[in-house]
Write a protein that binds this ligand. Structure first.
Ligand SMILES: [Cu+2]
Length: 69
């Protein structure tokens, strides 16, 4: 299991939290996804054999957010 924190500067409210946690949490292999609104980050715990970080980033971008690397 891997844990990574992704910076998403556009996170501003509960709606952002719900949509990002929903989209990333639905990915096969993602065990947990948690958005920190004031910190503007998404912390994901995932199984690297099932899903890679690129897919997780894509899921966030598909919700309309830009990911800062
Ligand atoms: Cu929002």
């Amino acid at each position: 299991m891997e844990t990574k924190t992704i910076s998403v500067p556009d996170i501003s409210c509960d709606h952002c939290k719900m949509s990002i946690e929903g989209a990333t949490g639905d990915l096969n292999g993602v065990d947990n996804s948690s958005v920190d609104i004031p910190g503007k980050t998404v912390t994901v715990t995932y199984e690297a054999e099932k899903v890679d970080l690129e897919q997780i980033v894509s899921a966030i971008e598909e919700q309309g957010y830009e990911v800062a690397q």
